[in-house]
Design a protein around this ligand. Structure first.
Ligand code: ADP
Ligand code: MG
Length: 573
């Protein structure tokens, strides 16, 4: 073993920085929180290449005094606390004076700042923790941070960053949350020279929600005001009808800070549980004020995970506030026309050569009525077992076919085939369905536009945040309608793949989504099918290259040979 030695300051700072700065969004979060603490009323965040190349945060806050600029970049330098006890009384959460030193340790940083009382401002340059210069300059009151080339001196960490699009998505989501937690501040977010968000800062939280999430969500909100056991809750609850398929719409802030708490996620979901379908998550914006003594501030340095010293009290109060608010309102969903009632089979330009689909109210029939093949006479249907399985005799074998798995497989293969051959078959929606999309959803939509069109979607801008969906892929959307479409977009938002191949024919993500849509649209077990319906299904199944496994890998067909049966009856030995 080598000698024991104390690490040099640069290495110590880089290691410490690793805990605070994980990705561009962490830099943005720290710098915006500093701007909020500096009492800024307007904050601009600009990024290029997902923030890896450049992050600029400009505020009109109090600025940093010339003589304190260099100190601010030292580790554990802060103007916000002086002693450990202050951590409990400070009006904001978890200050450690580590952000600026950490950012400067892993990037090239330039700071422009001026206080009100000073005539001139300061330009300070620091790269990889080393001061490069300090100049007097003229600049407006407030502070601008320019952070370039994140992790330029730590290639191993840089490798762990995702694509610029994905990193930009994280930044965007963060800024959306910050804008909602501080409706009194006007936030502007510029991504690659394009302004993607600009809130008014008029102090009205509902306006901020409208701006960020769109009209549809803003029109489905229940105000909540609750005060119990020293905990004040104020904000909005989404009606259960605007449920989403992931947690990103559960917003909550503790004492004005955006934090993460498993306890709060769980509490919110439990309170909504009687009103929600399984695997659905609500929309909330809850501003929670808690006495600092009840919060364990000495948490992870990124200050995102939070612990409560009286977790059960907090959980109880949040639960009650939500439950009582939901109980006090009429939550019967407003009648909205599902897609089922307005389906029209349609031939698109590319699909002239595909048989016109018969109009039928029976969705199984409808989705299976494409031409049966010559295989029709190869087998004999014996009958349906337990309303779920079909027994058929095929040459020297007995096959048991799971009707759900079979239908799922057929829908999946048909859709993938149309996608590959670029022959989408679409169902017209009349009237079109109007979607309100958030900024991230909009980006996902644009990213996947080509593939969505190839699948049979026609989605067009409808002004502002709204998009009109004029057609959806045949077979897949007949039952669930708008819900499924939103869920589809939600998943796209979550997982933008590393490289987006424009044809996207082979994108696993898309294939996986088609599989899960097929599963939803397929006939369920415990459902009586008529023999002709079953025959149509089996006919189509037989034309597939691999009819034996559903897209999720479960078996579609189980077979038993005549020989095995004869062995069981001991006719042969
Ligand atoms: P902390 O925020 O935990 O105090 P930071 O490293 O983030 O630590 O910042 C160090 C100090 O620099 C802050 O305490 C504050 O005094 C000053 N500072 C940082 N950013 C700004 C800003 N945008 N405006 C005014 N002062 C700032
Ligand atoms: Mg800070």
């Amino acid at each position: 073993m080598s000698h024991i030695a104390v690490l040099d300051q640069e290495t110590i700072n880089q290691i410490a920085a690793g805990e605070v700065i994980e990705r561009p969004a962490s830099v943005v979060k720290e710098l915006i929180e500093n701007a909020v603490d500096a009492k800024a009323s307007t904050i601009t965040a600009e990024i290029r290449e997902g923030g890896i190349h450049l992050i600029r945060i400009t505020d009109n806050g109090c600025g940093i005094a010339k003589e304190e600029v260099a100190t601010a970049f030292l580790r554990h330098s802060t103007s916000k606390i002086r002693r450990v006890e202050d951590l409990l009384t400070v009006s904001s959460l978890g200050f450690r004076g580590e952000a600026l030193s950490s950012i400067a340790a892993v990037a090239k940083v330039e700071l422009l700042t001026k206080t009100r009382s000073s005539f001139t401002g300061v330009r300070y340059v620091i790269e990889g923790g080393k001061e490069k210069g300090c100049f007097e300059i003229g600049c407006p009151e407030g502070t601008t941070f320019l952070v370039r080339d994140l992790f330029y001196n730590l290639p191993a960490r840089r490798k762990f960053l995702k694509t610029p699009t994905t990193e930009a998505g994280y930044v965007c989501e963060l800024i959306e949350r910050l804008a909602i937690s501080h409706p009194e501040i006007s936030f502007k977010f510029i991504n690659n020279n394009k302004t993607v968000l600009h809130t008014s800062g008029n102090g009205n939280r509902k306006d901020a929600i409208y701006y960020i999430y769109g009209r549809e969500i803003a029109s489905q909100l229940l105000p909540v005001v609750w005060n119990e056991k020293g905990i004040q809750i104020e904000g909005f609850l989404g009606k259960p009808s605007i449920s989403r398929s992931n947690r990103t719409y559960e917003n909550y802030f503790i004492n004005g800070r955006y934090i993460r708490s498993l306890l709060l996620y769980k509490t919110i979901e439990e309170a909504y549980q009687p009103y929600m379908m399984q695997h659905k998550y609500p929309f909330t914006v809850l501003s929670i004020a808690i006495d600092h003594a009840k919060i364990d501030v000495n948490v992870h340095p990124t200050k995102m995970e939070l612990r409560f010293s009286e977790g059960d009290v907090v959980s109880h109060v949040v639960f009650t506030a939500i439950r009582e608010t939901l109980l006090g309102h009429n939550l019967i969903p407003e009648v909205s026309l599902g897609l089922t009632s307005n389906l029209e089979p349609l031939e698109t330009k590319e699909t002239k050569n595909i048989d016109r689909v018969q109009e039928s109210t029976d969705f199984v029939q409808q989705s299976l009525s494409l031409k049966p093949t010559a295989l029709a006479n190869q087998y004999r249907i014996i009958g349906q077992l337990f309303s779920t399985y079909w027994l058929i005799e095929v040459e020297n074998q007995l096959w048991m076919i799971d009707q759900h798995a079979a239908h799922e497989k057929v829908l999946y293969e048909k859709t993938v085939k149309r996608l590959k051959e670029q022959k989408p078959l679409a169902q017209m929606l009349n009237p079109p369905v109007i979607l309100s999309l958030s900024i991230r959803e909009k980006e996902a939509l644009l990213t996947y536009q080509t593939i969505l069109e190839q699948l049979g979607f026609t989605i067009e801008p409808f002004g502002g945040k709204e998009y009109s969906v004029r057609s959806v892929p045949m077979d897949l959307f007949g039952l669930q309608g708008k819900e499924v479409l939103l869920e589809f977009i939600d998943t796209l938002v979550q997982e933008v793949p590393k490289e987006i191949d424009c044809s996207l024919k082979t994108s696993n993500l898309i294939l996986e989504r088609i599989a899960s849509l097929s599963c939803k649209a397929a006939v369920k077990g415990n459902h009586r099918l008529s023999e002709p319906q079953a025959k149509a299904l089996i006919d189509e199944l037989m034309t597939l290259e691999n009819p034996f496994h559903c897209p999720h890998g479960r078996p579609v067909i189980i077979s038993m040979t005549k020989y095995e049966i004869e062995k069981k009856f001991k006719r042969v030995i």
